[in-house]
Ligand binder design. Structure first.
Ligand code: AMP
Ligand code: ZN
Length: 112
């Protein structure tokens, strides 16, 4: 399978790592849309939120356990936003589940 984020997790494509544990990996977005913009992904390939099931739910729980630690390590002491784009209408461009962490300024109230 040809997956950009699987290649990043394996180190085949370079990334700016900000966090890693047994089940997830976080790195800075190459095209930041806020002063702080990183992506958190499960190491196991899951296509999107739509593909989460009872067998992969623990991987997602691990991501959400890591997110506050990652946010703190990036200095996001005054709040931040977590976003996951899903499918065509959600404008998901990489088909490996990922959560955007956005912050470092007062974000727009407009989400759509
Ligand atoms: P999405 O549009 O929700 O699928 O998000 C994919 C994100 O991956 C976008 O914000 C891209 O800027 C980001 N991205 C694409 N290629 C890379 C890369 N090689 N390293 C880091 N981020 C990337
Ligand atoms: Zn993948």
């Amino acid at each position: 399978m040809d997956c950009l984020f699987c290649a990043i997790i394996k180190g085949e494509i370079p990334s700016k790592k900000v966090y890693e544990d047994d089940s997830c990996y976080a790195f800075l977005d190459i095209n930041p849309q806020a002063p702080v913009h990183c992506l958190v992904v499960p190491k196991e390939h899951i296509a999107s939120v739509d593909a989460i099931n009872s067998e992969s739910a623990d991987k997602v729980a691990a991501i959400f356990t890591a997110i506050p630690k990652i946010a703190a390590s990036l200095g996001l002491t005054n709040g931040y936003r977590v976003v996951s784009n899903i499918g065509e209408d959600g404008c998901q461009s990489v088909k490996h589940l990922h959560f955007h962490i956005l912050g470092g300024k007062k974000l727009s109230e407009n989400m759509a």
